[in-house]
Design a binder for this molecule. Structure first.
Ligand SMILES: Cc1ncc(COP(=O)(O)O)c(C=O)c1O
Length: 636
C-alpha cells in the first residue's frame, strides 16, 4: 500500500543510500535503487530491478552477484587522477604507481579489467604468492606498471620474479622475513639477474579499526629496525645496495582515521631517509593498503567508515613526504599504494530474492477466552487489558511470569498443546501492545527497547552468508543492505535477514543506518504476486575470495554489466554459478559414483516391488537433473 506522505527521499534517507552510495547508487522516482551508468560522464542511471529482470529473462536464477565494470573503471581512474592532482598541485617530483592486491579479488574477469584500465595509469598488481605472480605476469602488458611481490617466497617464486625483471618488468621482491634476502641474493647470482629489492618495515605506529594487527611492534610481517639494519649491512657486503629501491609498510586494511595514516607515512619517511643515508638506491615508497571504504556511510572514524575523502588521503600523503624529505634534500620517491577494498568494493552488488517470512504476530485469538481456560491464561488477558504507558514494565514482568509458568506446566503435562498455543499468542499480543505504547511511556525501559528486535520478522532469503558475505559472519563486517524496489512505499516491517543454510549464524542482524547501528532492517510486506529483491552493496572486496561451501552452497551466478553511451547496457560476461555436481566434486565426491550408487538403490527398490521400472527411470532422471541444478533455491 502506497503511503501518500511517504516520499522516495525518505527511503533514501532511511537506508542511508546517499551516504554510502557515493554518487554511484541512488533512488529514482519509482522507488527503485539505481546505479550510475558511467560515473563522471553524464547523469544516466539504471534501476537494478531492470537488470534483475533481464537476468531472469536469460534464465539465470537468484542469487546473482552483479559486477559493474564502469564503477571499477571509475575507482581506478579516481585513485590515479586524485593522486596526480595532488602531485601536480604540490609540485611533487615523483609519480603515483598504484598496484592492486590480487588477493582482494582474484577473479579472472576482475583482474583482466584492472589490467586493461590500469595500463593507462601504469597501475600494476601486487602478488602475495606464486599463483598471484603468475596472474600478474600474464595480465600486465605495460612494463611501466609495478609488480610488488609480498608474502613468503621460495626459490620458484624468486626465479619467476627474476625472469620477469629480465623481461623488463619492475618486479619488486619485498623482503618480509630476514631469511628471504639470502635466497634472493643466491638466485640472482645464479641466474645473473639484478633484482629489484624492497623491504617491509614494521612501524611502531598503530592504527585503529578491525585490521590493526599488522601495525605496531608485534605485527607479524616485516622487519623491525634492527633487522632492517642487518639487511642493509648484508646488501653492503654483497655490493648490492643499489638493488634496494623500495620501502614498504602496511598498517592494516580499512584504516578509519586519517591521522593514523599521516602518522604512518611520517614514520615511514624517516625510515626512508635513513635508508637513503645508508646509501640505498631507493626511489619507491609503498604505503600498502588501508584506504578505507565508508560502508556505514557515517563518515566517521568508526571501524566501518572513514573520516576522510580520497582527496584528503592523497594530499596528506604527498604533503607529509614533501615536508619530511625536502629539508634533507632527498628526492621524492614514486608513491605506491596497494589499495584493495577502495578500488573494488563498490563495483559488486549481491542481489537475492526473499523466499519466506516468519513473523511474531499473535494469531487465532478468540474474541473471548473461554471461562474454563486455565487461570494463568486469564491472567495474561488481564495483563493485556491493564497495559498502559504508565505501567509498561509491570505489565511486561507479569506477562513474562505467566508465560513462563504456563511453559513449566506444559513441560509437566499439566497444560495441553491448545492452551499452550493460546497462551503463547496472548503473550505476543501483550508484547505487541507494550511495543505500541512504549513511545508514550514517561521513561525508556531497557527491556522494552529490546522488544522491537525480539518481535521483528525473519525474512528468509535466497543466498548463503558463508559463500557470499563471509566477513559478516567472521568479523561482524557491516555492508549496506536495502530493498532495490518499492522504496516509494513506506516499509512497515522490521526484520532480520536469514540465509538458506541451516546455520544459526547464517543471518544479518546488524545494519547501518543514519541513526547508528540497528538490529533490524525496515522492509516491506511481501506481495503475493511479486518477488521482493534485496541488495547487499559494496561487496566487491574479499567476499568472493573468502567465501566457502558451508552446506554446499556454491559460487553464485555472476553477471558483469557494461554500460553503453546511449544508456543501454550489455552483459559483458556471465558466469554460471556452481552446479550441485561441481560442489560435490570440490569435497571429493565423484558424481558418477554417486549416480551409480543411487542406481543400485533404485534397482533394489524395483526388485522389492516399491517402484516400477518406469518409475525408476523417472527417479533416475530427476537425480541426474538435480546434479546439474543450481545449489540455491530455484523457482519452478
Ligand atoms: C600487504 C597488503 N597490501 C594491501 C592490502 C589491501 O588492503 P586494503 O584492502 O585495505 O586496501 C592488504 C590487506 O590487508 C595487505 O595485507
Amino acid at each position: 500500500m502506497k503511503n501518500s506522505k511517504w516520499q522516495v527521499q525518505d527511503a533514501a534517507e532511511l537506508y542511508g543510500i546517499h551516504n554510502w552510495g557515493v554518487d554511484y547508487f541512488g533512488v529514482n522516482e519509482h522507488g527503485e535503487v539505481t546505479v550510475k551508468n558511467r560515473p563522471g560522464q553524464g547523469d544516466q542511471e539504471t534501476p537494478l530491478l531492470n537488470i534483475v529482470k533481464d537476468i531472469s529473462e536469460r534464465g539465470m536464477s537468484m542469487p546473482v552477484l552483479v559486477r559493474f565494470e564502469d564503477l571499477l573503471e571509475d575507482r581506478i581512474a579516481r585513485l590515479n587522477e586524485t593522486f596526480a592532482k595532488a602531485i601536480k598541485l604540490n609540485n611533487y617530483q615523483g609519480q603515483y604507481r598504484g598496484v592492486f592486491p590480487i588477493k582482494v579479488n582474484q577473479q579472472c574477469h576482475v583482474i583482466e579489467e584492472i589490467a586493461e584500465v590500469g595500463a593507462k595509469y601504469n597501475h600494476g598488481l601486487e602478488a602475495g604468492s606464486k599463483a598471484e605472480l603468475i596472474i600478474a605476469l600474464a595480465h600486465l602488458e605495460n612494463r611501466e606498471c609495478c609488480i610488488v611481490c609480498n608474502g613468503y617466497k621460495d626459490e620458484e617464486f624468486v626465479d619467476l620474479g627474476l625472469q620477469a625483471s629480465k623481461m623488463g618488468f619492475r618486479c619488486f621482491f619485498v623482503v618480509e622475513a630476514p631469511g628471504e634476502l639470502d635466497l634472493i641474493i643466491r638466485r640472482s647470482r645464479a641466474l645473473n639477474i639484478k633484482p629489484y629489492i624492497g623491504v617491509r618495515v614494521k612501524l611502531s605506529s598503530i592504527v585503529g579499526g578491525h585490521w590493526n594487527a599488522t601495525s605496531g611492534d608485534r605485527s607479524i610481517f616485516g622487519l623491525n629496525i634492527t633487522q632492517l639494519m642487518e639487511l642493509v649491512e648484508r646488501l653492503k657486503q654483497e655490493d648490492m645496495l643499489d638493488c634496494l629501491q623500495l620501502l614498504h609498510y602496511h598498517l592494516g586494511s580499512q584504516i578509519p582515521n586519517i591521522r593514523d595514516i599521516r602518522s604512518g607515512v611520517l614514520e615511514a619517511c624517516q625510515v626512508y631517509l635513513g635508508l637513503v643515508e645508508e646509501g640505498a638506491a631507493m626511489g619507491y615508497l609503498d604505503l600498502g593498503g588501508g584506504l578505507a571504504v565508508d560502508y556505514d556511510g557515517s563518515h566517521t572514524d568508526d571501524t566501518h567508515s572513514r573520516n576522510y575523502h580520497l582527496q584528503e588521503y592523497c594530499e596528506d600523503i604527498v604533503d607529509v613526504i614533501i615536508h619530511t624529505l625536502d629539508p634533507k634534500g632527498v628526492a621524492h620517491p614514486d608513491i605506491i599504494t596497494e589499495s584493495g577494498r577502495a578500488t573494488i568494493a563498490y563495483s559488486s552488488v549481491l542481489l537475492f530474492n526473499v523466499l519466506d517470512v516468519a513473523n511474531f504476530e499473535p494469531k487465532h485469538i478468540p474474541e473471548k477466552v473461554p471461562e474454563d481456560e486455565h487461570q494463568l491464561v486469564h491472567h495474561l488477558v488481564e495483563s493485556l487489558n491493564a497495559a498502559n504507558p504508565d505501567r509498561l514494565q509491570e505489565c511486561y514482568n507479569d506477562a513474562v511470569f505467566y508465560r513462563d509458568e504456563i511453559r513449566e506446566l506444559f513441560k509437566r503435562g499439566q497444560i495441553n498443546l491448545r492452551t499452550r498455543a493460546l497462551a503463547e499468542n496472548l503473550f505476543l499480543q501483550v508484547m505487541q501492545k507494550l511495543l505500541s505504547l512504549s513511545p508514550k511511556a514517561p521513561r525508556d525501559l531497557k527491556e522494552l527497547q529490546k522488544l522491537k528486535d525480539q518481535l521483528s520478522d525473519i525474512y528468509y532469503c535466497n543466498f548463503s552468508l558463508f559463500q557470499s558475505l563471509p566477513d559478516i559472519w567472521a568479523i561482524d563486517q557491516i555492508f549496506p543492505v536495502s530493498p532495490i524496489h518499492r522504496l516509494d512505499e513506506k516499509p512497515q516491517r522490521h526484520a532480520i535477514i536469514a540465509d538458506i543454510t541451516c546455520d544459526c549464524d547464517g543471518k544479518i542482524d546488524r545494519f547501518s543506518s543514519p541513526e547508528g547501528m540497528q538490529r533490524t532492517l525496515p522492509l516491506h510486506h511481501l506481495n503475493d504476486d511479486e518477488e521482493y529483491y534485496i541488495g547487499v552493496f559494496l561487496v566487491g572486496a574479499y567476499q568472493e575470495t573468502l567465501g566457502d561451501l558451508h552446506n554446499l552452497f556454491g559460487d553464485t551466478n555472476v553477471v558483469s554489466v557494461r554500460f553503453n553511451e546511449d544508456g543501454s547496457y550489455e552483459f559483458a560476461d556471465e558466469i554460471e554459478g556452481d552446479a550441485i555436481a561441481d560442489v560435490l566434486t570440490y569435497v571429493e565426491y565423484d558424481p558418477r559414483i554417486l549416480k551409480e550408487r543411487f542406481r543400485k538403490l533404485a534397482e533394489r527398490a524395483v526388485k522389492d516391488g516399491n517402484i516400477s521400472a518406469s518409475e525408476r527411470q523417472q527417479i533416475m532422471t530427476a537425480f541426474s537433473e538435480s546434479m546439474q541444478g543450481y545449489t540455491y533455491y530455484e523457482k519452478e
